[in-house]
Design a protein around this ligand. Sequence first.
Ligand SMILES: Cc1cc2nc3c(=O)[nH]c(=O)nc-3n(C[C@H](O)[C@H](O)[C@H](O)COP(=O)(O)OP(=O)(O)OC[C@H]3O[C@@H](n4cnc5c(N)ncnc54)[C@H](O)[C@@H]3O)c2cc1C
Length: 391
Amino acid sequence: MLGYDVVIIGAGASGLFCALTAARRGLSVAVFDHNTQTGKKLKVTGGGRCNFGNTRVTPENFLSSNPHFSVSALSRFAPLAFKEFLEQNGLSSVEEGHGQLFCRQGAVAVADLLERLCQEAGVHFYMNARIKNIERREDFRVTYPGGTVPGKNLVVAAGGLAWPQTGSSCFGYGVAETFGLDLIEPRPALTPLNMGQGWQMAALSGISLPVRIQFGKTSFEDALLFTHKGLSGPAVLQISSYWQQGKPVVVNLTPDQSPEDILAKARGTKSQVKTVLGKLLPSRLAAMIAPPELGAKPVAQLRKEELAWLVKRLTAWEITPKELAGYKKAEVTAGGVDTKAISSKTMESLGVPGLYFIGEILDVTGHLGGYNLHWAWASGFVAAQSLKESQ
Ligand SMILES: Cc1cc2nc3c(=O)[nH]c(=O)nc-3n(C[C@H](O)[C@H](O)[C@H](O)COP(=O)(O)OP(=O)(O)OC[C@H]3O[C@@H](n4cnc5c(N)ncnc54)[C@H](O)[C@@H]3O)c2cc1C
């Protein structure tokens, strides 16, 4: 039976980078995936442009029930480390808003590069492989229809549940539970928010504007997009990771302007409310944000309560979504393998030596903007550094 130093489950972002790093250290590595191609999700990241990282990565860009877990790995894999890796291998990058780093040659080029370098480093791929069983004796044994493959170390890089069309499955969570690890309940994150039947703003579908959106103490400034089902756009995706069912998000539609000042100035004129709103907001939104009777009133005639209502509507509009749009529309899965039983330095299970978890399967969820791929690289890298050779 052919045995490996490392068997990795998942040929996605974290699994490929871990495989490459381990193979370059001289370890023998096998990678299993039930997809027929490697990096299937990686190839669609960033709308095909691969937002592979961010110049401003800090632990504060990640949600976890164990908030300090990411500190060690992030300190050992610098924000620009993957950018440098791409450059060393003939690809280049561009920095866009909010420090986001994209690969100029696109996501497919990144995935192809990782697979090619893995092949050159001697990684063996077992693709289209349905794993039937994993057991642990003195080593780990992965059984698939083609046989049983032993590995001294087992790295679970099977990702989360988002975008099932790219091969996402709950397999990795099952492996974690089999070996006695706890799960923080997985949930869709970086997803649109649905408003349910009778969404009053459905007619605004397609309108986008810069907003500040808040849930509890967390807020983001970015674009909000009205859709026929509810709210989307980067600001909404970001807040969806924090939102809790039944509670409102608070939207400031004019984060860069003061409607109080603008309305106060308009009181000395004959302007109607709708005219002033039209200067602050996209016209279709301006026409719907206040009831028609209020919109038709001259600002000078507004009662104190009407003025206060209007300012609140513009700067602190409370919207209670019905639900998250779900895994089919989510970029990532929040929750996952509870990190309390994982070493933050190596990603190895504290209770099961040789068993590692990397990437999105862990209860570490990045903000929008390249953070999730950075976590995939960083966690894969530190795990690969600590993997041990067979005796
Ligand atoms: C549409 C979209 C766009 C995104 N864009 C960005 C972006 O631009 N920047 C960013 O930072 N993040 C982005 N993300 C998130 C990012 O892609 C993921 O966080 C990242 O790919 C996670 O890496 P991973 O290795 O943990 O999991 P994955 O890349 O999902 O890899 C997991 C692998 O495990 C395999 N697998 C699952 N179950 C089994 C099984 N039973 N047997 C064998 N193999 C199995 C899967 O087939 C898959 O190949 C995006 C996500 C989506 C859905």
